[in-house]
Write a protein that binds this ligand. Structure first.
Ligand SMILES: Nc1ncnc2c1ncn2[C@@H]1O[C@H](COP(=O)(O)OP(=O)(O)OP(=O)(O)O)[C@@H](O)[C@H]1O
Ligand SMILES: [Mg+2]
Length: 347
């Protein structure tokens, strides 16, 4: 297999606070995104998704730091890059970000065409006219009339602003796009439309995608591989088809049960009780243990190591009982009927 475009190996990320304890937002994160893959990162609010994404482009808040582990982009270690190194080598050209609060990421007092010219000035040899032409082409890609390129951001609806951000994220032809909750602020119809645009990029552009969301069904429908996080820890990673058919971490299983599934049209949607712990200490226990119906003493005695799931390539669950889950959670898992799943219908 070719080298992953992005790889996390045992990465810890901590925020210093003014209190007694630091926030251990991400602990021992490990996963790899293969070239051209769309990779979904899913987990509930506060589990560390944006922290993880920010660390890839040097965008952590000032009190945040990668304290151990390695982040490799195209094989090169980038976890110790300075802000200027990130800006020079990585941001926009290699990796661009569609941020969680993208409504604010356009300059409200600058015409979009001027924002394109600015971007081109700092990162390319394009002339002003070429930069504007490029934006025109990209507006076409995201379905906005090119006659709007001289507008100000506030003249656009939320969905158009989001499509504009996608256009800008493509401006320097990056290899990887990080989309942090790209549709959360939009209504359902616009969400579908934006996801369609993001999916179309896959065919026409040579990119990989890290798509962050709290909605596991978005990942199932749009991604090739995925990771589930809970309480600052990895829960499960692997190919989407494998996690869809054979989830082996209790949180991934319950999360899947919390969203509608065509295989269980009559199933009541599950609610996952409780909350993840506040990560004020280095979690030397499974952060899902207090919410897990199948937890045992040992789950609280150490952070779980990843277990390889037999028969699946690159499928791992951070649960000491992963190999028992098929039996323990039988009521929650899809029956092995061999019926076509929604994933297979799509391909
Ligand atoms: N600058 C900061 N200082 C201290 N703690 C922080 C800081 N930024 C984030 N955190 C904490 O780190 C943890 C992870 O936050 P993060 O924003 O990465 O979560 P998330 O999974 O992206 O959540 P959401 O789905 O709500 O966007 C949370 O407990 C959050 O409160
Ligand atoms: Mg976030």
């Amino acid at each position: 297999m070719s080298e992953p475009i992005l790889e996390f190996e045992d990465v810890d990320i901590t925020y210093r606070t003014t209190g007694d304890s630091d926030v251990h937002a991400v602990n021992s994160a490990s996963f790899a995104i293969e070239e051209h893959d769309y990779f979904g990162l899913v987990g509930e609010s506060g589990c560390g998704k944006s922290t993880l994404a920010d660390s890839i482009v040097g965008g952590l808040d000032d009190n945040g730091e990668v304290t151990s582990g390695k982040i490799r982009y195209k094989g090169e270690e980038i976890q110790d890059y300075s802000e200027s190194e990130f800006n020079k080598k990585i941001r926009w050209k290699e990796i661009s970000v569609i941020p969680q609060s993208s409504m604010n990421s356009l300059d409200p007092v600058m015409k979009l065409s001027d924002q394109a010219i600015e971007m081109a000035k700092y990162h390319t040899d394009l002339t002003k006219a070429e930069a504007v032409d490029r934006l025109r082409e990209l507006f076409d890609v995201v379905g906005i009339s090119e006659s709007r390129i001289h507008d100000y951001p506030h003249q656009f609806s939320g969905g158009m602003q989001q499509r504009t951000i996608i256009a800008f994220s493509l401006f320097l032809q990056p290899s990887l796009i990080i989309a942090d909750e790209p549709t959360t602020a939009l209504d359902v119809i616009m969400q579908d439309q934006i996801l369609d645009y993001i999916n179309d990029l896959k065919d026409d552009w040579d990119i990989s995608m890290l798509m962050i969301t709290h909605d596991i069904s978005i990942v199932f429908e749009n991604c090739d591989s995925m990771a589930v996080m809970h309480g600052g820890q990895m829960a499960e990673t692997g190919r989407v088809v494998d996690l869809f058919d054979r989830p082996r971490h209790p949180y991934a299983i319950l999360l899947q049960n919390a969203f509608p599934d065509v295989r269980f049209p009559d199933r009541e949607l599950a609610v996952i009780d409780g909350h993840p712990p506040q990560l004020l200490d280095d979690p030397d226990y499974c952060t899902f243990a207090d919410r897990c119906p199948w937890a045992v003493e040992d789950c609280r005695r150490g952070a779980p190591d990843p277990q390889e799931i037999e028969g699946d390539a690159d499928h791992r669950a951070w649960c000491i009982r992963a190999d028992e889950m098929e039996d323990l959670a039988a009521d929650h898992l899809a029956p092995a009927t061999g019926e076509t799943s929604i994933l297979e219908e799509d391909t």
